[in-house]
Design a protein around this ligand. Structure first.
Ligand SMILES: C[S@@+](CC[C@H](N)C(=O)[O-])C[C@H]1O[C@@H](n2cnc3c(N)ncnc32)[C@H](O)[C@@H]1O
Length: 273
């Protein structure tokens, strides 16, 4: 039976990302090959088409490139730390743990708001080493469930922009207070993009989307928020244009990559702590 759902606001955003990954993965030249996402979309009774913004077809490549970059960094961390904890924050219905396969020894926690996790539990199997937690990441109690004696990989894909800067700072502080070391992977928008979504808030709200709150001003932003973090790497999504199989989008993103303001508007980041 298909799951009938109805989400609004920030929870609805995970349906758009799931749908775009599924769409991209149906192409024979897929960047991400997220066939789990395609299977999950088929099991949900929902009009995904209504989520698409005008001119949004190219977003499937943006999504695939960001997820692939974060997958590659995740796989690299798990190779270096086979005995580790993964905190996949704001996981939505993303299939990362299933896409990558869970090495024995890894304890993976998918964390999102309670309604999202309730749906997730109906769609994904329980596995050894894999658990879901239904809680806001801004609450502190969920962290009591996480073992602290292992290196930790924190993945926050499509999440930090929806929290306020103070919420982000508090969250990162709680992580560095608790864990002795690890890495943080996330994506972030430049300040002008955040301002633009706030100016467009009414139009976005008509489609059920919230605006962004937090921008990443430059590669040192997280170090300023919390000096335990050290910058390792960042990748502007447009710099990965060569992987896009459809020419018109490959050329568009290539042109964006030539101009610093459009190259750096959206980046994936890797920090150590
Ligand atoms: C854009 S979606 C990204 C989902 C997933 N990471 C992906 O890439 O498909 C944002 C996700 O963050 C979750 N989220 C937003 N605020 C949250 C909070 N305070 N605590 C936990 N999850 C939150 C939403 O419910 C949603 O699933």
């Amino acid at each position: 039976m298909r799951e009938k759902i109805d989400f609004t606001g920030v929870e609805q955003t995970m349906l758009a990302t799931l749908y775009l990954r599924a769409w991209e993965s149906r192409s024979k030249d897929s960047i991400l090959r997220d066939h789990v996402a395609a299977g999950v979309v088929d099991r949900i009774d929902y009009d995904f088409g209504k989520l698409m913004l005008r001119g949004g077809a190219g977003n499937r490549f943006m999504l695939a490139l960001r997820s692939k970059q974060l997958d590659d960094w995740t796989a690299d961390f798990l190779r270096r730390h086979p005995d580790s904890v993964v905190l996949h924050l704001g996981c939505g219905l993303d299939s990362r743990a299933f896409r990558l396969g869970l090495p024995v020894g890894v304890r993976w926690f998918d964390v999102d708001l309670p309604d999202v996790i309730d749906l997730r539990r109906k769609l994904y199997p329980e596995l050894d080493g894999y658990r879901t937690i239904g809680s806001s990441v801004t609450e502190t109690r969920w962290l009591d469930e996480i073992p602290t004696e292992y290196p930790v990989l924190v993945i926050a894909e499509g999440l930090l922009m929806y929290l306020t800067e103070n919420e982000n700072k508090r969250l990162l502080q709680q992580l560095t207070d608790r864990f002795s070391g690890g890495e943080l992977l996330f994506d972030g928008f430049a300040p002008w993009v955040v301002r633009l979504t706030q100016r467009m808030s009414k139009r976005l709200a008509r489609k059920g989307y919230p605006s962004y709150w937090t921008a990443i001003r430059d590669r040192r932003e997280i170090e300023r928020w919390n000096p335990r973090f050290r910058y390792l790497e960042d990748v502007p999504f447009a710099s990965l244009y060569a992987k896009i199989p459809v020419r018109v989008y490959r050329v568009t993103y290539r042109l964006m990559n030539m101009i610093p303001a459009s190259r750096d508007f959206y980046r994936m980041f890797r920090f150590g702590f």
